[in-house]
Design a protein around this ligand. Structure first.
Ligand SMILES: *Cc1c(COP(=O)(O)O)cnc(C)c1O
Length: 380
């Protein structure tokens, strides 16, 4: 059996919370989703949370709420899952990529600054999506300053980073951003099977995302354009989607959230063990102002020429290593949009050396030992 790079941790309580919903009155559009949203916003110390059926959907409605359209351009990091930049493309916008910081693998604030300086005013980004790779926050205060200076809005793609902290605040508090997005896919820190949340402190953004999640339809009298025809009356006032989260998913999410701190604690302990016992490879670095949720533990091989061989060797030994991520612009779809294969040199160098080792709350001690021995037996 291959040790996977990540997997869910489901308890009896989690199972029972879902079973209870199955015999309740509502399978969708009941009390569980608002409860989950409230629990998330309390955890993050943020005013509003909108639960949806995936982080991809959350990114899409986040872009739409910020009025990203066909005249606009969105910048993000190339080292992310394609869903991050796809969200901007769904809105008809253009995307561009800013190279990464080789130490954190997050968007480089220096590169962002230089690119902003070089860009003509009419081609500046409307939104920058900061992706917190592996569970370590980007330098949000710096990015926020640049946002003030150049007039762009900020979405945090925190799909990896629920439970993480930055400068003492929980990721998701939106202290230095407009909207933060979380994913609850089973490989992430907590799961709802499929699901996502967008958090914000801005009431208008919250209202727009809530509307877009459910067809752009409202029954709220304050938003109706015409006089009500009767008690059945509702209006579609925008073009929205069915991006709703089910009651089953929300109940699972609320139950999982109770163990979030336990999960990140275990992930940090495993990371510390890897840090102290792994030899022969470069280890991930967490900056002083960050507490990482360690969704991923990314090592780098010292000689890129050995990358494929080492990756294969670890897989052969039953270790389900992975690579997060192929720089997004290298995908054929993005090549067709005009991106060169070697567009971001630091992202390319990262891609030639990175390997994600297994890390998750139920990773057994003996499996950790097996992983450490396999990495340490790499011939360099
Ligand atoms: C997982 C992930 C997504 C997409 O999340 P879904 O919930 O599967 O839609 C987006 N961005 C990043 C960085 C991710 O890791």
């Amino acid at each position: 059996m291959m040790i996977p790079y990540g997997r869910q941790d489901i308890s009896e309580d989690d199972i029972n919370s879902v079973i209870d919903v199955l015999s309740s009155d509502f399978l969708t559009q009941g009390p569980q989703v608002p409860q989950f949203e409230k629990a998330i916003s309390q955890y993050c110390g943020v005013n509003y949370a909108v639960a949806v059926n995936s982080a991809t959907s959350a990114l899409h409605i986040a872009c739409l709420a910020l009025h990203v359209g066909t005249e606009d351009i969105v910048w993000t990091s190339p080292i992310t899952f394609a869903a991050t930049s796809n969200a901007a493309l769904y809105c008809g916008a253009k995307v561009d990529f800013v190279d990464i910081d080789p130490l954190t693998f997050n968007i480089s604030v220096g590169q962002l600054n230089r690119k902003l300086e070089r860009t003509p005013k009419n081609l500046l980004p409307k939104v920058v999506i900061a992706v917190h790779i592996a569970g370590q926050s980007c330098e949000m205060e710096e990015i926020h300053k640049l946002g003030q200076e150049y007039g762009f809005k900020i979405i945090e793609d925190a799909s990896h980073a629920i439970g993480a902290r930055h400068c003492g605040s929980p990721v998701g508090s939106c202290k230095f951003s407009d909207i933060t997005v979380f994913s609850f896919h089973p490989v992430k820190i907590i799961t709802t099977a499929e699901g996502g949340v967008a958090t914000t402190n801005d009431k208008a953004l919250f209202t727009r995302m809530e509307l877009l999640r459910s067809h752009g339809i409202t029954r709220n009298e304050a938003f109706l354009k015409n006089p009500s025809h009767g008690p059945w009356y509702y209006e579609q006032i925008d073009l929205g989607f069915n991006y709703r989260m089910t009651e089953l998913q929300a109940a699972l999410g609320t139950s999982q959230l109770k163990r979030l701190d336990e999960f990140t604690n275990i992930r940090n302990k495993i990371a510390q063990r890897y840090n102290s016992e792994l030899k022969t490879v470069e280890l991930p670095k967490v900056s002083e102002n960050n507490y990482s949720s360690f969704h991923l533990y990314i090592i780098q091989v010292r000689n890129p020429g050995d990358h494929l061989a080492i990756f294969n060797e670890l897989r052969d030994k039953g270790i389900g290593v992975n690579l997060h991520y192929i720089p997004v612009y290298k995908h054929p779809y993005y090549e067709r949009l005009g991106f060169r294969d070697d567009y971001c040199p630091q992202a390319e160098a990262y891609y030639r050396s990175a390997i994600s080792l297994p890390i998750y709350s139920r990773l057994r001690d003996t499996d950790q030992q097996k992983i450490i021995s396999a990495v340490n037996s790499i011939k360099v």
